[in-house]
Ligand binder design. Sequence first.
Ligand SMILES: Nc1ncnc2c1ncn2[C@@H]1O[C@H](COP(=O)(O)OP(=O)(O)OP(=O)(O)O)[C@@H](O)[C@H]1O
Length: 326
Amino acid sequence: MALLDIQDLTVTIPGSTRYAPPVRLLDGVSLTLASGGTLGLVGESGCGKSLTALAILGLLPDGLRAEGAIRLDGEDLLTAGERRLCALRGRRVAMIFQEPMTALNPVRTIVDQVAEGPRRHLRLSRRAAREHARAVLHRVGLDPSRVSPDQYPHALSGGQRQRVVIAIAVACGPALLVADEPTTALDVATQARILDLVRDLVQGEGMALLMISHDLGVIAETARDMAVMYAGQVVEAGPTARVLAGPRHPYTSGLMAARPQRAGQPGAPLPAIPGAVPPPDARPPGCPFADRCARADTGCRTRPPLGTGPDHRHSVACHHPLEASP
Ligand SMILES: Nc1ncnc2c1ncn2[C@@H]1O[C@H](COP(=O)(O)OP(=O)(O)OP(=O)(O)O)[C@@H](O)[C@H]1O
């Protein structure tokens, strides 16, 4: 049984009147992740990566309706009550947020913030939870001789703060770690060190990782499998090495071509994908990528492509996919 099994997840803004019909933000997302596995979710801004993560944690903004199934260890989180979700969050599934400063409480010491989960979930005494928290802070690279556990977040650098956020997430040994753009707010050198840490923790502790990023390089470095999202849908999925060696969806291929490493001469413009992701209330009736796709024909503009399911090794939702690599 998969650790995480998302089937046909749809997230909608319910319509209020005839003139304000429901708007689908996520449209039939299916993903699976085995225990100890690593899955990368990639796509441009607005494709639905963060909503997918928030839905897994039961933290969708008020007013949005989620349908389908999100099973963790076989238990459907969409039908679990808030009490049950509170018991699971931090214990079985934890999240590393994008912006460490907003994820931390500015008026509590870092050791107290890390100790909170172990006190609640592992039922440790205050003293034992603080001891545990000190060990976790050390484990994530905050050597107590250099960074006192009794510091407040403002005294730390951006990279150190992100290490605290990671310590909070892993303090109770969750089975699944969801990392939503964990390095976006950091400089390049710090990004690399934080990614190394996440990789090391995931391997060392046997956690499964759902890594969310708009950067294919981050996905390539951290995830064995990947799924590409576009306009609220998964358009391509498979083993990362295989997808990157032979992308079949024109969108994936466009993302790969637009990577800075793929640029020609310094100063030369990057080959960007023309146009922009259509907003959720203005998605075309056929393939959502059709308006930006060089391969699109009339059929693409009228009929949504049927994706092959995520249980196939390399799935693609496209009427005219690129040739499979041999
Ligand atoms: N609370 C909300 N109400 C209405 N629309 C929302 C809400 N949250 C997100 N959306 C819309 O849902 C779509 C998906 O958003 P989401 O944040 O998941 O994208 P993303 O791929 O994570 O982008 P980014 O990389 O910028 O975080 C976007 O069009 C966004 O504007």
